[in-house]
Design a protein around this ligand. Structure first.
Ligand SMILES: *Cc1c(COP(=O)(O)O)cnc(C)c1O
Length: 384
């Protein structure tokens, strides 16, 4: 049976597991060695070559989850993003980025690319035509992120993948928000899929990691740079991530279910002006979401009605904690205007549709009734 024929939770539980030949233990043994024999072996093993036993085992699972041929495991999401981009870009090349990018990726581009002589453009919005409009003679890569942060706008993945093919470009996606449970971009024609495994893949807010998944040939190209850049992950964390991924399917499906219920609940509450969630029929990309996603994800955003004190609202929440990161089993909330998008000017935020009182809600696996109750009592307090 090939990997692709196995179902999601079977891949999560079993693919890539290492056999404990010595003691027949139930889980993959952890090999912490940084030094391996070289005589008589074809492949020299070393952590920074991304080929320790645990790294190779985890790469198999991650690759199977995204329906790819191969994968690399990095020390952070940004190590995966920067190494993958730089592997396909040389001095004088140009890359098209979606306008709404994760803050760290946008910093990488605006703060670092110039010194490497790499040109870049941001699209004006997430429409396919807007990507085509930015393609130049020296364009080599198109890079998208969908659903986007924090307004959960969608990009048409297969349309952008086709556009890239038409112009002979490498297409890349940051698939962190969807996770491999809800979206498999390689099935839609994307070349390179990147995850911050710090988010859903890790899922417990205790792992920093990243992954890139692609064809053997593309992963080999990324590896050639990765071994020089040195962004590999410690084997202990690799082992932790394998453990986390066993429950990825269960966690994310629970988060999908909670997020949809909470989005519908919030939409009906007095004091809520707007809810952004791709699974709501009021979302402008609802049809696209249904066609390219298997679930709508655990992230949503909302705004209180004009004049209601959003800072007080956050303070009054008991279960849902204000927190910078996202995608853990625990529900968290943040104000993008003062955190993730705090470095943008107020004009730039307005242009992206990010109001000061916009709240990004990372929905966890708690009982949805308890989360509803928490939101309800906080809303009652700010409504006065
Ligand atoms: C967090 C995040 C990243 C960066 O990942 P790190 O693990 O923090 O380096 C990239 N993209 C998205 C969408 C993220 O949420």
């Amino acid at each position: 049976m090939s990997k692709k024929q196995l179902g999601l939770n079977t891949i999560c539980t079993h693919i890539g597991e290492l056999e404990d030949k010595q003691f027949q233990g139930a889980v993959s043994p952890l090999y912490m060695a940084t030094s391996y024999a070289y005589e008589g072996v074809e492949q020299k093993r070393y952590p920074r070559y991304f080929n320790t036993p645990n790294q190779e085992a985890l790469a198999k699972k991650v690759s199977a989850l995204e329906h790819g041929e191969a994968a690399l495991i990095f020390g952070s999401g940004m190590a995966a993003v920067s190494t993958s981009l730089m592997a396909f870009l040389h001095k004088g090349d140009h890359v098209v980025f979606q306008n709404t990018l994760y803050g760290g990726t946008s910093n990488l581009v605006t703060e670092e690319f110039e010194k490497f002589g790499i040109e870049f453009s941001f699209t004006k919005d997430s429409k396919t035509d807007s990507f085509e409009a930015e393609i130049k003679k020296n364009t080599k890569v198109i890079y998208i992120e969908t659903p986007s942060n924090p307004l959960l706008t969608l990009t048409d993945v297969s349309a952008v993948a086709n556009l890239a093919k038409k112009h002979g470009l490498v297409s890349m996606i940051d698939n962190t928000f969807a996770s491999p449970v809800n979206q498999n971009p390689m099935d839609l024609g994307i070349d390179v899929v990147i995850h911050s495994a710090t988010k859903y893949m890790g899922g417990h807010s205790d792992i920093s990691a990243g992954t890139a998944i692609a064809s053997e040939a593309h992963i080999d190209k990324i590896f050639q740079l990765a071994k020089n850049f040195g962004g590999s992950l410690s084997d202990f964390t690799v082992w932790m991530l394998e453990r986390s991924l066993k429950t990825l399917g269960l966690r994310v499906k629970a988060q999908n279910e909670n997020a949809l219920a909470l989005a519908e609940f919030l939409e009906g509450q007095d004091g809520i002006a707007k809810v952004y969630y791709p699974g709501l029929s009021s979302h402008p990309d609802y049809e696209l979401a249904k066609s390219q996603m298997k679930g709508f994800g655990g992230m949503l955003s909302f705004e209180l009605q004009e004049g209601l004190d959003y800072k007080l609202f956050q303070k009054k929440l008991n279960l849902i904690k204000p927190s910078m990161s996202l995608a853990g089993v625990e529900s968290t909330i943040l104000l993008p205007a003062v955190t993730s998008h705090g470095l943008l000017t107020p004009e730039e935020r307005t242009a992206q549709g990010i109001k000061d009182g916009l709240m990004r809600f990372s929905v966890g696996i708690e009982e949805k009734e308890d989360l509803m109750e928490d939101l309800k009592q906080a809303l009652e307090k700010v409504r006065g």
